[in-house]
Write a new protein. Structure first.
Length: 312
């Protein structure tokens, strides 16, 4: 064998080893955060076992794909997905962390959403917070997602993707756009992510979200957080349209759009009523408010969740 092919083979082997080491580093770094989000060290063994089981089960599948399509093709596809996914997730995560690590996001979230009132619903077996501390780290995942869905922000379902894709497109230019469009067409997992984000964006209503934001007493905080949300929303919508080739959100899902359009007029009205109910309930002193106010507020929460068919 000539020296040049030998070098390429050696380079490919070393690159594979390097990427495998990177994967282990990523998993080890992310594991404490994942375990903490799920409830603590008691579930560490389950999370790690799930990762190892998934890795073991998929190994024969990749071997079969290599037999069908060639080892080189599968290797290059896997390498491309890993590198592109790492770049996209890094940029998207950075944008998301800028929002959730804002020193006063908790104040905005508590004022501009019914997160405290959701805890009064007779659902679930555990409290909304693990220890009662008013921090994001102490808030469980369900009320976090539930409350953002109620106030028509739906942050957890889309925030950060626009920055990730836009950053990749800015760096890679037309070649990056062609790669992402090819992934959208041929890579089902990437298309599934785009599909779900696009549907979630259809639930977002910035006009209604602004009405919820008006519940925040501090005008500077209100403008600071809401501007981050609106900028990221427009960025995400633009990138989604660019990659899908559609002019309207969820244009590719006519049944979904038709079902949503039939419900939105009623849901929008309930959202506006909920904003006023929140204002009155909190002005009356929260738990000291009349029972009929609380009952109406909780009914609005149930109505919105039922109308969307989800808690977030």
């Amino acid at each position: 064998m000539d020296e040049s092919p030998k070098r390429w083979v050696l380079f490919g082997i070393m690159l594979s080893i390097f990427l495998a080491a990177m994967e282990s580093t990523v998993v080890a770094t992310a594991m404490p955060t994942v375990v903490a989000s799920l409830g603590g060290l008691d579930v560490y063994s389950w999370v790690f076992s799930g990762f190892l089981l998934t890795q073991t089960v998929t190994m024969p599948l990749w071997g079969r794909f290599s037999d069908l399509y060639g080892r080189r093709s599968v290797y290059l596809v896997g390498l491309t997905i890993f590198l592109v996914g790492s770049a996209l997730s890094g940029a998207a995560h950075a944008a998301y962390r800028r929002l959730v690590e804002h020193p006063r996001l908790v104040d905005y979230f508590q004022a501009a959403s019914p997160v405290e009132e959701i805890a009064l619903l007779n659902i679930g077996s555990r409290p909304a917070r693990r220890t009662g501390a008013r921090t994001l780290a102490d808030l469980r995942a369900i009320p976090w997602v539930f409350a953002w869905a109620q106030n028509r922000h739906s942050i957890p379902g889309w925030y950060g993707l626009g920055s990730g894709l836009a950053t990749f497109l800015d760096v890679r230019g037309t070649r990056g756009e062609a790669l992402l469009k090819r992934m959208f067409k041929d890579f089902r997992l990437f298309r599934l992510v785009m599909d779900e984000v696009e549907k979630t964006l259809a639930y977002v209503d910035l006009d209604l979200a602004r009405e919820y934001a008006e519940l925040v007493p501090d005008p500077w905080l209100r403008q600071e957080i809401f501007s981050l949300v609106t900028d990221e929303y427009h960025r995400t919508v633009e990138v989604v349209r660019r990659l899908t080739g559609c002019t309207e959100l969820a244009e590719r899902f006519p049944q979904f759009r038709q079902r949503l359009a039939s419900r939105l007029p009623t849901l929008n009205q309930v959202n506006r009523q909920q904003v006023e109910l929140l204002r009155r309930y909190r002005a009356a002193g929260g738990e000291k408010a009349p029972e009929d106010q609380l009952a109406a507020l909780l009914s609005s929460i149930n109505c919105i969740a039922a109308g969307f068919g989800t808690t977030g």
